[in-house]
Write a protein that binds this ligand. Structure first.
Ligand SMILES: [Zn+2]
Length: 57
């Protein structure tokens, strides 16, 4: 089961759950919505239980 992270964008206030692959893409290329650069501090690991409750999924 891939790890999930909450990406809390410092540039556009987006807060989305992403997997490790998407996290890597955002770290490399910036936020997919506003193009702000992001660092590891913009991601918070979440448990699977938290992901299940996430209304954005
Ligand atoms: Zn953004």
């Amino acid at each position: 089961m891939p790890r999930k992270f909450v990406f809390d964008c410092p540039g556009c206030d987006a807060e989305v759950v992403v997997d490790a692959d998407v996290r890597s893409e955002i770290l490399a290329g910036g936020c997919v919505m506003c193009r702000s650069s992001a660092d590891a501090g913009s991601f918070v690991p979440v448990s699977e239980a938290d992901v299940e409750r996430d209304p954005t999924r």
